[in-house]
Design a protein around this ligand. Structure first.
Ligand SMILES: NC(=O)c1ccc[n+]([C@@H]2O[C@H](COP(=O)([O-])OP(=O)(O)OC[C@H]3O[C@@H](n4cnc5c(N)ncnc54)[C@H](OP(=O)(O)O)[C@@H]3O)[C@@H](O)[C@H]2O)c1
Length: 391
């Protein structure tokens, strides 16, 4: 692809969210750093401008793409970063948050594979952690992205021939979709094909969230039997739509006793092959011998007070004779990659992933970002919280 740096038709300024002070907590009275409370009209004017980035010049890394972003989606990790890293650190002054992006290619470095990307292509993916730590997030109209982290978005959803929309796409190729892929790959079902998964009995804890709603679809699409936990009517509807059998953790509380009754009553035969934890319930692991097969795996993505490094060390390393749970435990950390983002595209083409779920069918405008983060921070979002960044 020919280099077009600097691109002639770009505006001199772009819209981007930049954070100017520290101390995020999510409530209207404790707004995002640097912005007015969401209830205040001035919240809408805090979108700031910056010069658009230019694609890398031929003398530096030549495999970057310059994208015009249409949609971004939000992830819990955005909030962790906003809480932990002040915006005045020298390497991330007034950072722009956001990992997930969907947009069009407007320019490319000279080493970009022309067979793969053309100007105007719709692409999506997730930025590297390094990009976001350095403040180069996706809530900006123009974004320079390493092309290996990007996947061309298929025109249609698998065999159904339904046109793919940016708002449905962005979370699938972003952190949530790539994490779901990583979880499936970590299960290590050999071979990682429909045949290998057929009849495997899987529980997805937290099945109605960004990650869970995609994971349920993938497992189901590969032929597994999938149960998914949720605690709400909207969540139940979503889990069913994604192909899972609902377990309402509020109706059946404590859920571990319910799991034992349903899966553990007839010895090992009916027990689960895999438990995928997207909600962070340690008790589901510690009680798992009651409903997870001896050879089964517990795969978690949640760090936090009840999970994270201490429980990881305990669950991973503590022998049974010292009180450890005799089941395999994995705690994953996604690093967005070519392998995971391209696998999303493949599974969409194959029809294994059938839909991208937008929380409440609402696409938030850039001016509503504070409210959008509050919705995410509520921990109740169904599918992905999506923001329209530009055209
Ligand atoms: N390790 C990694 O690389 C990685 C990557 C991505 C995400 N994560 C982590 O994984 C977790 C899930 O991410 P996400 O993007 O899916 O979050 P999310 O979209 O914010 O999840 C919200 C959903 O969680 C459900 N939920 C909350 N508590 C639950 C519980 N006790 N049992 C079952 N469901 C529950 C809610 O359903 P109800 O309202 O119906 O309860 C809601 O639909 C987060 O902690 C995130 O930080 C880690």
């Amino acid at each position: 692809m020919e280099s077009t740096s600097p691109t002639p038709n770009l505006p001199a300024k772009m819209r981007a969210w930049t954070l100017t002070s520290f101390g995020l907590t999510l409530s209207p009275s404790h707004p995002l750093p640097g912005v007015a409370p969401s209830s205040s009209p001035s919240a809408t004017s805090s979108t700031t401008t910056q010069p658009p980035p230019t694609p890398t010049t031929p003398t530096t890394t030549g495999t970057n793409l310059l994208l015009r972003i249409t949609h971004a989606s939000l992830n819990p990790v955005d909030l962790h970063i906003l809480r932990l890293f002040p915006p005045w650190l020298p390497f991330r002054r007034n950072p722009t948050p956001g990992f997930d992006f969907c947009g069009r290619v407007v320019a490319a470095g000279p080493a970009v594979n022309t067979a793969e990307f053309q100007l105007g292509d719709v692409v999506a993916g997730a930025l590297s952690a390094s990009d976001v730590f350095h403040g180069k997030g996706s809530l900006a109209e123009f974004l320079v992205v390493e092309s290996s982290l990007v996947c061309k978005v298929p025109d249609v959803w698998g065999a159904r021939g339904k046109e793919i929309k940016g708002e449905e796409t962005v979370g699938l190729f972003g952190i949530a979709g790539q994490t779901a892929i990583l979880m499936v790959q970590t299960a290590g079902v050999p071979p990682d094909t429909e045949e290998g998964w057929k009849g495997k009995r899987c529980l997805v804890n937290g099945a109605s969230g960004g990650v869970g709603s995609i994971l349920v679809q993938i497992l189901k699409g590969k032929g597994a039997q999938v149960w998914g936990t949720t605690g709400s009517a909207e969540g139940e509807e979503l889990v069913k739509k994604c192909g899972g059998t609902v377990i309402n953790y509020k109706t059946y509380s404590p859920v571990t006793e319910f799991l034992q009754r349903v899966f553990g009553a007839e010895g090992d035969e009916k027990k689960l092959d895999f438990i995928f934890d997207c909600a962070g319930d340690e008790s589901i692991f510690t009680n798992s011998p009651g409903y997870l097969k001896g050879q089964g795996k517990f795969i978690s993505i949640v760090g936090g007070p009840s999970q994270g490094i201490v429980p990881y060390v305990l669950h991973k390393l503590r022998p049974t004779w010292l009180g450890g749970t005799p089941r395999e435990f994995e705690l994953l950390l996604l690093l967005p990659s070519k392998k995971t983002v391209r696998e999303v595209g493949k599974l969409i083409k194959e029809g294994v992933i059938e839909r991208g779920v937008v929380d409440g069918d609402k696409v938030w405008e850039m001016e509503e970002l504070v409210e959008a983060y509050e919705r995410l921070g509520s921990g109740r979002a169904k599918g992905k919280v999506v923001v329209r960044v530009g055209k």
